[in-house]
Ligand binder design. Structure first.
Ligand code: MG
Length: 379
């Protein structure tokens, strides 16, 4: 039985938290990180994840992952790792559920196009956009803009950041300038994210027919588990064989990660969460052997799935839609369906402000909304 262990002294807690930008009273029955998680689940951007692409556009099939189901899978894997390492599950869950909030419609295709469109005004990056959503864009609370999350959840959401941008982010940007690490909870969500998408992309890739088991057996990770499941259960049907293989891959990766990180934590002689931040390298990591297997799988997915001509076609189409919308709104901001007062503000806005508003608006769209909106404007 795996009962909830006492937290390690270097785990993030309410006591060592750097708090919220706008001070608030502690919640009565929840920890501050539980409150963060609950605010994320209640926000509009979270609900929209249901209709945003992971790899396959949402309407291509009901069985494929969306950003929402992806985020839930990340949270589930992250909580397992957090508990095994005596780290803060609530914080890991909050970061997991928020980590993809800033994604545009159509996944990376949408983000790359929006970034190109926004080049004259500082570019667009989904990671920074996730932070912008929880810090500024959500308008729900009486006393502040955004969700007023704790420093630790925001630190976890900001996975990476260029130095130029980091300089504008105050306390949150400091670690990118000083070469420091985020909390272990943030580090583990990073890897849980990759465990989730590699494995569900294998699953979705197989289901879509774009890749086959035979091809996947070229990779050590899939091949070894596939062979052993087949040996143990020679009569198993394709669907179960596939699922059992993926289940074992996730388990294998997670166990390696917990074992290796656990040793790295011991070797680092940690005492507090500040010791975690002072490390030169992340302590949450795979063994060298598993890192190699994982890399091999990533390369496989890139070459055979993400660059598959059918996925590429979607990418090109998505780019055209996002670019078309951006150009239309910049040319005539009144196309944005805002209420009167906001329309006036938009008309008076500087080109910098207008471009950012347009980017926020497009980034917030779901796949189907963007497709319909493109039709409405150009159709
Ligand atoms: Mg993700």
């Amino acid at each position: 039985m795996n009962t909830i262990p006492t937290l390690a002294p270097w785990a993030a807690t309410d006591h060592n938290s750097r708090g919220r930008v706008h001070p608030e009273q502690d919640p009565e029955y929840r920890s501050n990180f539980q409150r963060d998680r609950d605010r994320i689940v209640h926000c509009a951007a979270f609900r929209r994840l249901e209709y945003k692409t992971q790899v396959f556009v949402n309407h291509e099939g009901d069985m494929f992952r969306t950003r929402l189901t992806h985020s839930l899978e990340v949270a589930q894997i992250a909580r397992t790792i957090a508990r095994a390492l005596r780290l803060n599950e609530d914080l890991s869950e909050a970061i997991s559920l928020a980590h993809d909030l800033g994604h545009t419609p159509f996944g990376h295709a949408g983000q790359d196009t929006l970034d190109t469109c926004m080049k004259p005004w500082g570019g667009f990056e989904h990671n920074l956009q996730s932070l912008r959503i929880v810090d500024v864009l959500e308008e729900k609370y009486a006393g502040f803009n955004g969700l007023n999350l704790t420093f630790e959840t925001r630190e976890g959401i900001l996975k990476h950041c260029k130095k130029e941008k980091a300089k504008q982010l105050g306390e949150l940007g400091e670690r990118f300038l000083k070469g420091e690490q985020p909390s272990l909870e943030a580090q583990l969500v990073n890897i849980a994210d990759a465990i989730a998408y590699n494995n569900h992309d294998v699953d979705d890739g197989l289901r879509s027919g774009l890749i086959s088991e035979q091809q996947l057996c070229e990779t050590t990770l899939f091949g070894s588990h596939y062979t052993s499941v087949k040996k143990e259960w020679p009569e198993l049907d394709t669907k179960r064989l596939r699922h059992e293989t993926i289940r074992r891959m996730i388990n294998d990766l997670t166990i390696d990660l917990v074992t290796t990180s656990s040793q790295a934590i011991i070797d680092a002689n940690l005492e507090t969460i500040e010791d975690v931040r002072q490390q030169h390298e992340p302590l949450i990591r795979y063994s060298d052997k598993m890192r190699a297997k994982n890399l091999e799988m990533k390369r496989f997915l890139r070459d055979h799935l993400y660059q598959h001509y059918k996925v590429h076609r979607m990418t090109v189409k998505a780019g055209r839609i996002v670019k078309g919308l951006f150009e239309a709104y910049i040319e005539d901001p009144l196309l944005i369906p805002y209420e009167n007062e906001q329309r006036k503000l938009l008309q008076q806005a500087s080109s910098q402000k207008l471009a950012r508003r347009v980017a926020d608006y497009i980034a917030g769209m779901t796949d189907r909304y963007a497709i319909n909106e493109f039709e409405r404007i150009y159709g």
